[in-house]
Structure formats: C-alpha cells, structure tokens
Design a protein around this ligand. Structure first.
Ligand SMILES: NC(=O)c1ccc[n+]([C@@H]2O[C@H](COP(=O)([O-])OP(=O)(O)OC[C@H]3O[C@@H](n4cnc5c(N)ncnc54)[C@H](O)[C@@H]3O)[C@@H](O)[C@H]2O)c1
Length: 322
C-alpha cells in the first residue's frame, strides 16, 4: 500500500489556520453543544472567525456561555446561547423548537458536550455509567435527529461528533467513556450509511473526531477520593498521564472548520479522524483509494486465521448493501 506519511500536529498549522478560512462558512448557522468552555468554546470561536452568521451555543448553564458569546460577537457573528442538558429529550425538544423558529435551520452541528469519569468498574454504579452514556451518546443521538430532517429538506448539512481515541483503544477504568465514544463512532458511520443509501451522502456529511489529548476541566478533573484510596497506584500515575495531554485546545475547532467545508469529500464521510493528523494528506492524490481499499478510519474486527468478517454461514444477510 502507498503510504502518504501524513504528519502529526499538536497545534494549529498553516493548512488549517483561520486565515485560510475567513469566509469559508459565511452566512451559515452553526450549533455547538458543550460550548461554554474548553474545546467547544474554541470551536465556536473558529466558526465565528470563518464567517458563520449565527452561532447557536448550548451548555448546561446560560451564565457559563457568556464568555463564548462575547468571543463570537467580537468576530461579528450573532451568538444565541441556550441552557440545555443534551441528555434530556424534553430539554432538547424545547430548545430546538425555539432555535429552529429563530434561525430557520442548522447548517452545521458540532456535538462537543461530554463527560469523562475515570473509575474502576468495581467502584461504579449502573446509574453513573448510564449517565455518562446518556450524555456522551444520547446527546449526540438527540441533536442529530433534530437537525437531520431540515438538512434533508435543504439538501445540505454537516455533523461532527467529538469522539475520542478512548473509543478505539481499550484503557482500564474508562468503561463508560470508552463504550460511549466507540458508540459515537459507530453511530456516526451508521447514520452516514443511511444517508448514503437514501442518496443523500454527497449532501450531508458526518465525521467523528478525536480532539487530541487536551488539558481541560474534563481531563484535569480531580480524582474521586474513594478511587484514589482504593487504587493508589492509579492515583499516583494520574499526574504523569495528564502531563501527556499536550494538544492545543483550539486545534479541534480549526479542524472542524476545515471538515465542515466538505473538501475531504466522499472517501472520509462517516469516518473517524484524529485532529492531530495532517488534514492536507486527505486531499492528496491516492488518499481516497488508500482509505477506501484499506477501509481505514473505522472500527474494525480481525479474526484468527485471517477469516473475513463476512458473517460466515450467514454471509448473504447484508448483501443488500452492495
Ligand atoms: N480533553 C480531552 O483531552 C479530550 C479527549 C478526547 C475527547 N474529548 C471530548 O471532547 C469534548 C469536549 O471536552 P473538553 O475537554 O472540552 O471538556 P470540558 O469539560 O472542558 O467541556 C465540556 C463541556 O460540555 C458541557 N456539558 C457536559 N455535560 C453536558 C450536558 N449534559 N449537556 C450540555 N452540556 C454539557 C460542560 O458544561 C462543558 O462546558 C467531550 O466530548 C470529550 O469527551 C476530550
């Protein structure tokens, strides 16, 4: 296989620099969840810098969105803040009723809201695990279902879901987080498959994005004292783990601005990207062929003896896909 040897960047580099995207999203309405701080706040700022007309900003508390509103307005964008727990269907319904009446439709949805509770399973309860999944996965499902009918009617749209590397590699003490993020990656790919099958694939694109290892409230959160007491080695290693979180907080936002232009096109839609990977490489000749022939950037299973994942004796089940 030809290797395009993409570079790795842990901060904004010329190809995704805001200066190259000044009017890339002129007039667009962009809705961002988890926009009060961290990665979500910087993502809102980057879309404002890219000329978006309206930023619809969702987070748990209205007051916490004031700083992001100010940053977007300073770029000349309209900013509409809403308090919304994205895991609660009634709240999402109410907020989207207001939003859609106010702005008409959403061109770009970026799902950033998320939580991460690092906890050994033996110290977990079902309700805390389920809560993580309701926010990290349920929130993505609820908002996606709200915007898709309008995107279909207008014949355009982009949805980017903040996933995580933890959804693709297995790390101890992250069962709820890893499971929810793997599900976000699969949900993203599955929804794209539905759209492709309905002939909407070149009009509406979804991506799942790892935003890098970023020092934010989420990653620097103090460890639960009960976990530290029961797992002292885990607690002792935590500061070293966090030392490796060196991705710039605004890189994911800059990459979202690039992805939402649709320039990466067919080969990558529905797939999972790491925001530290060189986005220019996706534009190079040979990239599409390498991605499609290797089925890259997706969750995959491999079997003993190299047996194909074709369903064995039930291999005709999914033939309608072809
Ligand atoms: N920081 C990292 O290293 C890292 C790595 C991989 C993935 N991520 C993902 O990136 C996203 C953003 O993370 P961050 O590091 O900026 O975290 P953060 O804690 O700084 O920001 C998360 C935001 O989401 C909001 N939020 C949480 N629950 C919500 C809910 N139920 N409804 C609405 N808003 C809610 C919070 O109030 C906060 O403003 C998350 O989905 C996270 O899983 C982060």
């Amino acid at each position: 296989m030809v290797s395009l040897a993409p570079k790795i960047y842990d901060r904004i580099y010329p190809y995704v620099d805001a200066a190259n995207f000044k009017n890339a999203h002129e007039g667009k309405v962009v809705l961002i969840t988890g926009a009060a701080r961290g990665i979500g706040q910087k993502t809102a700022l980057h879309f404002a810098m890219a000329g978006a007309a309206t930023l619809v900003l969702l987070d748990l508390q209205l007051a916490n969105l004031a700083e992001t509103v100010g940053l977007c307005k300073a770029q000349g964008a309209r900013a509409l803040p809403y308090a919304c727990d994205v895991s609660k269907q009634e709240q999402v319904d109410t907020v989207f009723d207001h939003v859609l009446a106010e702005v008409g439709g959403i061109d770009i949805l970026i799902n950033v809201a998320g939580v991460c509770n690092a906890k050994p399973i033996l110290l977990e309860t079902f309700s805390t695990i389920w809560r993580d999944i309701e926010i990290n996965l349920g929130g993505v499902i609820l908002t996606t279902m709200k915007v898709l009918p309008g995107m279909k009617a207008r014949g355009r749209g982009c949805i980017i879901n903040m996933a995580s590397r933890a959804g693709t590699v297995t790390v101890p003490y992250l069962a709820s987080y890893g499971a929810s993020k793997a599900a976000v990656i699969k949900f993203t790919e599955s929804v794209q498959k539905d759209l492709d099958t309905d002939g909407l694939g070149d009009k509406i694109q979804l991506y799942a994005l790892h935003p890098g290892a970023v020092r934010t409230d989420l990653s620097e959160r103090t460890m639960d004292p009960a976990v530290a007491a029961a797992y002292p080695e885990f607690a002792a290693n935590r500061p070293k783990w966090v030392e490796n979180f060196n991705t710039a907080v605004d890189l994911a936002g800059a990459v979202c601005v690039f992805l939402a232009t649709g320039r990466v096109g067919n080969s990558m839609r529905g797939r999972y990207l790491d925001c530290e990977h060189d986005m220019e490489a996706f534009m190079r000749e040979g990239a599409e062929q390498e991605i499609l022939s290797g089925n890259l950037h997706t969750l995959e299973v491999r079997f003993l003896g190299g047996l194909p994942n074709d369903g064995g004796s039930s291999s005709n089940l999914f033939r309608f896909e072809e």
